[in-house]
Design a protein around this ligand. Structure first.
Ligand code: GLA
Ligand code: ZN
Length: 683
């Protein structure tokens, strides 16, 4: 069912972070902003993100008039507000008067008042000040017809090692383990005499402190997520206490690994994220487009299938990347529409207008210091707005995936800290992205999920490098395959349990060995530049005879599985490298080594056919051209994207209609450099 994110704004959103608090002495600028917003088809803005000092210049002294005037004026002009809670930057009076609100680093050094994104999530004073302000803000504006959502804080992240956080960590551990003996057992502290006699002895992993006890490190990271999530909950509760029940979001950051974002799924009502890919940079645009596609799919999967918001993206360039290149013609439109293709119902920017001073004065914005609307960037932005305003039909349509790649943040932490066969690079993210890439290139709609997710409804699940098992994943995969699902697992799976303790018995542990019908005995590591190969046993699944293998090569023994390919070189030549096991009604594939895109393309092509996995699928597309699908009530919307800097043509296998022109489309379709089209396939 199609359901717009914001009932008051049943259209695609288009807007930006807006900071009128930097221009309160320039009414002419604020006047011009409204005119330019209308000219660029902006219909929503995120307001007040870092405005604490303007809202509460002295302790307990609130100044909401300017903000209310802004919300009013925007609303009168058809522009809606995503209202921010301003906790992302601490005003100086607060940081000075209550030092406990300032974060302490891993080196145990307390911050001086500075910058932003540096408050302690535990500090009772900070929590109280945020509560009072959020509630007052909500009382004042939370029911305003021009406000459509809450933008809670900004880019939660980082860690605090202050005494309050250390104490909260100990409390959390006490609750988790009950007794210190249980903690000692879970953390394997008999190793190197690291045994604790009481919870009071446990310290966070300071820079000069304990960093070899993996259980401690993992639990610390889990605690940081839980404390941040608890802080977000606290902010939301304060907003609710003020009488507003508008939907709430937090803006997440790319593949940020400091937080397990899936743990926020019940706090947020919709997800949103900030995308800053370095287009035209050191990585080719097609690969980078797949990276953003992977993140879009992951952020969307936190609220499975539901539309999300692209909260920030730059209209032109950033000012913090190594090299900040301008977007080449076409790229702004294409990268904005890619978000929509993957389920975004709003495309927003950082920032509306460049400030005159300080760190971000040279960061790209819709309006530059020339205050003009006849610039290339402004025109590009207006073109996106115009095009979005024609996409009402797509608004609120879900993205339904029958394929999923498991990319689990806690597993990522465990893999990164594991001291093992290849400490120079295990490439978990990149490996998950390779599996996803094969599906993305084919137009197969794919979710990117974690181990706690429900697997119901998927036909194909890829679970690369499932090193640490948690969330009942082994049991879920067992059921998934036995009920007819297709599972792809790889080397370095089922190594440790959720405490990062190695499984005893056959690996992959926790019973996964029997699902895959193999057992893994040992794993060989290759230097960068070294390789092995696998040779097909002639199974129809593999189009080529030989595929390159790198990085990690596991020696496995079939225990019921059929061998599909064997190692070609080294002392384990002839041993299995790819197997399949019939388990119940389904098939579990096991890839024993890291392969390359040639393999993943052939392999997933065959699996998708065999398992009948749904997707946009428009036949064979030229390299760099992809298609993604959203499912509307009346039609499927196919977003055909050309990520090449050159035109691309291909033959459409069916008759479709162009959503924007209404005209039929068939035969040869040509896309401009970085061009895209939206085609309708009626149900
Ligand atoms: C982040 C922040 C914004 C801004 C941009 C600049 O995403 O949320 O406030 O600093 O980066 O790219
Ligand atoms: Zn703290």
């Amino acid at each position: 069912m199609q359901q717009p994110l914001f009932p008051a704004l049943p259209h695609m959103g288009h807007g930006a972070d807006y900071n009128p608090d930097q221009w309160l002495d320039r009414p002419d600028i604020l006047e011009q902003d409204i005119e330019l917003m209308k000219e660029s088809h902006v219909n929503c803005v995120s307001l007040g993100i870092f405005a604490w000092a303007a809202l509460e210049p002295q302790e307990g002294e609130y100044h909401f008039e300017w903000l209310e005037q802004m919300v009013n004026r925007l609303y009168q002009n058809g522009i809606y507000t995503l209202l921010a809670t301003p906790s992302g930057a601490i005003p100086i009076w607060l940081a000075r008067k209550y030092p406990e609100v300032r974060r302490v680093s891993r080196e145990k050094v307390r911050d001086e008042p500075h910058g932003r994104h540096n408050h302690c999530y535990t500090s009772p004073v900070y929590r109280e000040k945020v509560r009072l302000l959020n509630t007052a803000l909500s009382q004042r504006l939370g029911k305003h017809p021009g406000v459509i959502a809450w933008h809670i804080s900004n880019e939660y992240g980082g860690e605090c090692y202050c005494p309050l956080c250390a104490a909260a960590f100990r409390e959390w551990l006490k609750e988790k383990y009950g007794t210190i003996e249980k903690l000692n057992a879970a953390w394997w502290t008999s190793f190197w005499s690291r045994r604790y006699s009481s919870f009071e002895e446990v310290e966070p992993p300071y820079a000069q402190g304990e960093n070899c006890v993996h259980g401690l490190k993992l639990d610390w990271k889990r605690f940081v997520t839980r404390q941040t999530e608890d802080f977000a909950r606290h902010e939301k509760a304060a907003v609710r206490a003020g009488g507003s029940d508008l939907p709430v979001t937090i803006n997440m950051m790319t593949a940020y690994d400091g937080l397990n974002y899936f743990k926020f799924k019940d706090v947020v009502d919709f997800t949103s994220w900030d995308a800053y890919p370095c287009w035209h940079g050191e990585q080719d645009d097609v690969s980078l487009a797949q990276y953003t596609a992977f993140i879009h799919d992951g952020i969307r999967s936190i609220k499975r299938g539901q539309p999300f918001v692209l909260m920030e993206s730059t209209p032109s360039m950033t000012n913090w990347q190594r090299v900040s290149k301008l977007k080449r013609p076409g790229m702004h439109m294409l990268s904005s529409m890619q978000a929509v293709a993957h389920g975004a119902d709003s495309v927003q920017y950082f920032q509306w207008r460049k400030g005159r001073g300080s760190f971000e004065k040279l960061h790209g914005a819709v309006v530059s210091h020339d205050c003009r609307s006849d610039t290339r960037v402004f025109k590009d932005v207006a073109a996106v707005g115009r095009r979005l305003s024609g996409l009402d039909a797509v608004c609120g349509s879900p993205v339904k995936a029958q394929a999923a790649v498991i990319f689990d943040t806690e597993n990522r932490w465990a893999i990164d800290m594991a001291a093992g066969p290849r400490n120079c690079g295990k490439h978990y993210l990149e490996t998950c992205m390779q599996h996803h890439r094969a599906l993305w290139e084919m137009g197969v709609t794919t979710d990117v999920i974690d181990m706690e997710c429900d697997l119901t409804g998927y036909k194909l699940v890829a679970a690369p490098m499932l090193y640490l098992l948690r969330g009942g994943i082994a049991e879920k995969l067992r059921r998934f395959v036995s009920e007819g699902g297709t599972l792809v697992g790889t080397y370095w799976s089922g190594v440790t349990d959720e405490n990062d303790l190695c499984f005893l018995g056959d690996w992959p542990g926790d019973g996964l060995a029997s699902v895959y019908g193999i057992r893994a005995e040992e794993i060989d590591a290759l230097y960068d530049g070294e390789c092995n190969h696998m040779e097909s046993c002639g199974h129809a699944l593999l189009r080529h005879e030989r595929y390159k293998l790198t990085e990690l090569c596991e020696r496995i023994h079939p225990q019921g599985a059929q061998v599909l390919a064997r190692y070609a070189e080294d002392f384990y030549a002839g041993e299995p490298a790819l197997t399949v096991n019939r388990f119940g009604e389904g098939n579990a594939y096991y890839l024993a080594a890291k392969a390359g895109m040639k393999f993943y393309r052939d392999f997933y092509h065959a699996l998708v056919e065999q398992a009948g996995v749904d997707g946009a699928r428009l036949g064979e597309l030229p390299s760099g051209v992809v298609v993604s699908k959203r499912r509307g009530d009346e039609a499927d919307y196919l977003f055909v994207q050309n990520w090449n800097a050159t035109p691309a043509s291909f033959e459409l296998p069916e008759r479709l209609a162009d959503l924007e022109t209404g005209k039929p489309v068939h035969g040869e379709l040509t896309l401009e450099p970085y061009g895209f089209r939206i085609l309708c396939r009626k149900h």
